[in-house]
Design a protein around this ligand. Structure first.
Ligand code: TRP
Length: 332
């Protein structure tokens, strides 16, 4: 089983990212051949801080390693290091419908929010994402529910390519995490915790100082009443119960039992303590790893080499099938 996922370069990963995506990446290492890519090229599709992009990639690298990715058991690399991704993007654009790209929710949302330039890169974002996965002939893509449409599109692209040029690409499957997807904003518990669109107060970052965690928990929106129970009328308390259950590795009913009669104040303090303890080892390892940029670059460099060896083969097949460039020389 080959697993591939891409992650945006930012060190400011929040608890939802950590529990939903990053922990799933770590598990992927035991389930199959895991390949993870930090997508610096995708980051250029909206206005971004170009002077800070390299540092953001290293932040993310350190975060992933601190969370348990092990370069001996997975391939971790930076998208911009492997030129095959951009070449495959162009080749796949031949079997991508313009109309489909126009219908992508993320493109519509992001272009509507764009005040300066809606770049062609933003429009092609899903084709680059398809190239990321298809270059490795990955079978499974662990990624959030918000990526469903992009995964559907890459499946269509792979199928259309195979139909038109002959069986070449693997049609990948989506794998959505059940937990973590449910972690809600602390201030607006009706919406998901997110990097874009959530307030600082509503978002718990993996690297938040313990003091900040306690403060955010204390000011978290709770609901009327004082019982620690889940209910549709109590989205704030329900969210904290779920967070606590995930961290303790137990189910929500057990948490309700444990905090029966405790009141919101004591419960919030307990959740804050649990989160601080849960994240402490990641924060400590991150601080250590992030200092040694040479070592982080070495991990990415070695990952890129291993990635390239796989992607190069796919590209040779794709070029051969499409009639692009000279005929493929069969080696050996
Ligand atoms: N678009 C994805 C996101 O925003 C990131 C991504 C880029 C990705 N390339 C990918 C995810 C390939 C899965 C597979 O989360």
């Amino acid at each position: 089983m080959r697993i591939f996922s891409g992650i945006q370069p930012t060190g400011r990963k929040h608890l939802g990212n950590y529990i939903g995506a990053i922990r799933q990446y770590v598990d992927g290492q035991d389930r199959g051949e895991a390949i993870y890519c930090i997508v610096d090229l995708h980051a250029t599709t909206v206005p971004y801080d170009h002077a800070g992009l390299r540092a953001s990639v290293l932040d993310t690298t350190a975060m992933l390693l601190a969370s348990g990715l092990d370069p001996a058991r997975c391939i971790l690399f930076r998208q911009g290091d492997v030129a095959e991704h951009t070449e495959l993007t162009w080749l796949l654009s031949a079997v991508t419908a313009h109309g489909d790209l126009n219908r992508m929710h993320q493109f519509k949302d992001k272009s509507a929010r764009q005040r300066e330039l809606v770049s062609a890169g933003l429009f092609l974002y899903p084709v680059l994402q398809a190239a990321d996965v298809l270059a490795y002939r990955a079978e499974e893509v662990p990624v959030g529910a918000d990526q469903r449409q992009h995964i559907e599109l890459m499946r269509d692209i792979a199928m259309r390519f195979n139909e038109r040029f002959g069986e070449t690409l693997v049609v990948p499957e989506h794998r959505i995490p059940e937990i973590g997807a449910r972690i809600m904003d602390l201030q607006e518990p009706e919406r998901k915790m997110s990097t874009t669109g959530s307030s600082e107060q509503g978002t718990l970052y993996v690297l938040d100082e313990p003091r900040a965690v306690v403060k955010k928990l204390k000011s978290a929106v709770t609901d009327s009443g004082r019982e620690v129970i889940r209910s549709p009328e109590k989205p704030g308390v329900s969210n904290l119960i779920e967070v606590m259950a995930v961290i303790r590795g137990t189910d929500s009913a057990r948490i309700e039992q444990e905090f029966d009669g405790a009141g919101y104040g004591a419960f919030k303090q307990a959740v804050a303590d649990a989160i601080v303890e849960f994240l402490a080892p990641v924060r400590a390892r991150y601080a250590e790893l992030r200092e040694d940029e040479g070592a982080l670059e070495a991990v990415l460099g070695e990952g890129a080499e291993r990635a390239r060896a796989i992607a190069r083969e796919t590209l040779a097949d794709v070029r051969e099938r499409m009639g692009v460039g000279p005929p493929r020389r069969v080696s050996g």
